[in-house]
Design a protein around this ligand. Structure first.
Ligand code: AHR
Length: 341
């Protein structure tokens, strides 16, 4: 306990000397709520951590939640949890309630980029240190190093590009000519924005003969993915590929394609992102071509990063969780399956 207190005091001294890479910082004890303009650091040992989750609806979110809970417990922290059920209105209210509880640190997994950015700024003004987890906020509105300590999460743009590489390969390579559809995640969320951008950029650069004939949101949801795909396959019966921004939507899409008489894996190639057990099983069985990983087990990385922040270390703007690609052909899907979530 003495050591932690000493480290925290040293951290405060470093902050006072401008020790956070050019960004000045306030420890929450020297911070004046309401008028604070600087990055906030914990003022001492952390006990109470608040966690604002955007939804609990699918294997990815349950795995993330379990990982955050386990890591908080391992570090001996009390965790105050909220679940916004995919509602920005609810998550804005949740974060306000958590700020009012005066946690030592606030962790936010924002539903969309813009809606929760103002709440991250509100936490900074209220002298609550913040770490953004999994999905980012709009960094034009709330920035790392000033409004929050860092963003801990995967590289969504790269995930989109890796998905494009896999679909290009599945459709015959760079010279392939085919039409495909794209099922988007939640509109305005950082994974939907960045995966879409990464995928589209890679496709245009590497296989200009593969054209996206329809792009529609299915909200990262399996049932919605099925409904949207059921309509799209009637409108575009000749498509040869589907890119879904997450596994849940891909699983729904595969169900719809089969109901429409298609044979996913043979006449239509499907690629998605996450690494759920259900989707990787479809890769192993051949109905899905590839799954790009988005690892939801962020807990250790988040709390190890938090420990560094408490010690007074400088943090990068982004702590990246690395991701892999799982396919049937090279055995990576079967090898990963026992660890899938
Ligand atoms: O933010 C990560 C994304 O959110 C996952 O891909 C998805 O399954 C979840 O809804």
């Amino acid at each position: 306990m003495m050591n932690i207190a000493l480290i925290a005091v040293l951290g405060m001294a470093l902050s006072a000397c401008g020790g956070s890479g050019g960004n000045s910082a306030s420890s929450s004890s020297s911070c004046v709520p309401g008028s604070n303009t600087k990055l906030v650091r914990p003022s001492g040992p952390v006990h109470k951590v608040a966690w604002s989750q955007n939804a609990l609806d699918g294997a990815w979110r349950f795995a993330e939640e379990a990982s955050i809970e386990a890591a908080a417990k391992a570090h001996g922290y009390q965790l105050l949890k909220t679940n916004a059920n995919n509602s920005d209105v609810q998550q804005v209210q949740d974060i306000q309630n958590l700020i009012n509880d005066h946690p030592d640190v606030l962790l936010v997994d924002p539903h969309t980029e813009d809606a929760e950015a103002a709440q991250v700024v509100a936490a900074r003004k209220a002298c609550i240190p913040v770490v953004v987890v999994d999905r980012d906020v709009n960094e034009q509105q709330a920035s790392p190093g000033r409004d929050f300590a860092t963003f801990v999460g995967g590289d969504f743009k790269k995930e989109g590009a890796l998905a494009a590489d896999a679909l290009i390969e599945a459709l015959g390579g760079s010279s392939a000519k085919a039409t495909i559809v794209e099922l988007d995640g939640t509109t305005g969320s950082s994974p939907a924005i960045l995966r879409g951008g990464g995928f589209n950029g890679e496709l245009a650069a590497k296989a200009p003969g593969i054209k996206i004939v329809a792009e529609q949101t299915a909200d990262f949801n399996r049932a919605t993915g099925q409904q949207v795909m059921a309509t799209l396959i009637q409108q575009y019966p000749d498509i040869k590929g589907v890119f879904a921004h997450n596994d849940e939507m891909a699983i729904g899409a595969i169900t719809a394609l089969k109901a429409a008489g298609k044979h996913p894996g043979q006449d239509i190639k499907v690629v998605s992102i996450d690494g759920t057990k259900d989707a990787v099983n479809l890769v192993v069985s051949g109905e899905e071509y590839a799954v790009v990983e988005c690892n939801p087990r962020l807990g250790s990385l988040v709390f190890d990063t938090l420990d560094k922040f408490v010690k007074g270390d400088d943090l990068p703007a982004w702590v990246v969780q690395p991701d892999r690609v799982f396919k049937k052909a090279d055995g990576t899907a079967a090898a990963y399956l026992p660890n899938a979530f």
